[in-house]
Write a protein that binds this ligand. Structure first.
Ligand SMILES: Cc1cc2nc3c(=O)[nH]c(=O)nc-3n(C[C@H](O)[C@H](O)[C@H](O)COP(=O)(O)OP(=O)(O)OC[C@H]3O[C@@H](n4cnc5c(N)ncnc54)[C@H](O)[C@@H]3O)c2cc1C
Ligand code: SF4
Length: 325
């Protein structure tokens, strides 16, 4: 690890001032479960000069419910989300997704804000600097993506143009299905943004002077069925090959509203809008579920070694729709 300065922040305002003071050379540290590995392996093209510890900010780890929804502080750990009776009762999709992340030890430390902002897991991007030098791919300011003609079995099968790394966050797709919004603090004050609009092909819309302060989830209808499915190669501790989150509302087997979000298939989480539209008004059956799954993946264009992900994604969407009939 290279040397860096370490500063404790004690409020969101102070964090924003520190980010402005260090002008793009600082990184926030929440649980550190992703950041410390990134620093240790020196994978960033610009090594941070300052680490701002935000765990020292009081009051950002609370889950507060009112009649309209819940507000989750960015420092709330995944373990606290899983243990929350409020989340279990009305927002079980988020509990399910958080429960599949990493291991109990990591979930005890990892925060929800950090899970949303974690860096990509592409193995070319993560290649340690000390083993033969950093791979300067497109995402690091280079001119090529070695995954396109290389080992691309875990990469994107849709929605990618230059970088084919997938968004690894499991909680992101649950929050998008739930219609959650972020409270983002910056030099100009705070802004709210749907989680659905947070991700970009090379990361997120967050600029170097901003941080996520909280996540708000509107209360879903009590008759909406919430489900999360994830396919991994290893059962304990593994990132998704494909994950799917959905909220489907139906009356006596007829769907009247659906939100379906796919993870690990593209650089950003993907709303299956065509499948959602198709399901509305349909009586849910195996045939309808299979058709919805086909529509969800209609725009997929797998790379040389990852066509298998397409079949897994279709199967998960189909199971998810059928599981709610
Ligand atoms: C072995 C292992 C297995 C894993 N498996 C999974 C998995 O299956 N599914 C999954 O989704 N994740 C998985 N992860 C990733 C893990 O969930 C993340 O490391 C963790 O959630 C990050 O949270 P943190 O609080 O530790 O973030 P940190 O490591 O502290 O930060 C991560 C990044 O987010 C930034 N950041 C943190 N908080 C904020 C904020 N409030 N505002 C702006 N930026 C912020 C930091 O600057 C840093 O760039 C795995 C990680 C490991 C090590
Ligand atoms: S997929 Fe993206 S992160 Fe991975 S090597 Fe290609 S450009 Fe780099």
């Amino acid at each position: 690890m290279k040397l860096f300065a370490h500063v404790n922040a004690y409020s969101v305002d102070e964090t924003i001032k520190l980010l402005a003071k260090y002008e793009g050379t600082a990184k926030l540290n929440a649980g550190g479960t992703d950041l410390l590995g990134v620093l240790k392996n020196r994978i960033l093209p610009n090594y941070p000069e300052v680490i701002i510890n935000i765990k020292s900010i009081p009051g950002l780890n609370t889950i507060e419910e009112d009649e309209e929804g819940i507000n989750i502080g960015t420092l709330t750990t995944l373990a606290d989300i899983i243990a929350s009776p409020v989340i279990e009762k009305n927002y079980s999709l988020l509990k399910e997704a958080a429960g599949t992340v990493a291991s109990p030890q990591i979930r005890n430390i990892a925060t929800i804000g950090g899970n949303l902002c974690q860096d990509t897991r592409c193995w070319y991007y993560r290649y340690p600097d000390e083993v033969g030098g950093m791979i300067k791919c497109f995402r690091k300011g280079g001119k090529t993506c070695p995954a396109v003609s290389g080992e691309n079995q875990y990469h994107a099968i849709m929605g990618a143009k230059k970088c084919f790394a997938v968004c690894p966050s499991d909680t992101a797709i649950a929050l998008i299905a739930l219609g959650a919004t972020l409270t983002i603090a910056g030099a100009e004050g705070t802004r709210t943004l749907p989680v659905e609009e947070f991700y970009t092909p090379l990361g997120s819309v967050l600029n170097s002077g901003e941080m996520i302060a909280a996540i708000y989830i509107p209360k879903p209808s009590s008759v909406a069925g919430q489900r999360f499915l994830k396919f991994t190669l290893r059962k304990p501790i593994d990132f998704a090959i494909v994950s799917v989150a959905s909220i489907i509302t139906h009356d006596q087997g007829v769907c009247f509203d659906a939100r379906i979000v796919l993870g690990a298939v593209a650089p950003t989480p993907v709303r299956a809008l065509k499948a959602e539209e198709f399901l509305k008004g349909k009586e849910l059956s195996e045939e309808i579920a299979a058709e919805a799954a086909g529509l969800a993946m209609a725009e997929a264009k797998p790379l040389s070694k990852n066509a298998y992900k397409l079949e897994i994604a279709k199967t998960l969407v189909k199971r998810l729709v059928m599981g709610l009939t």
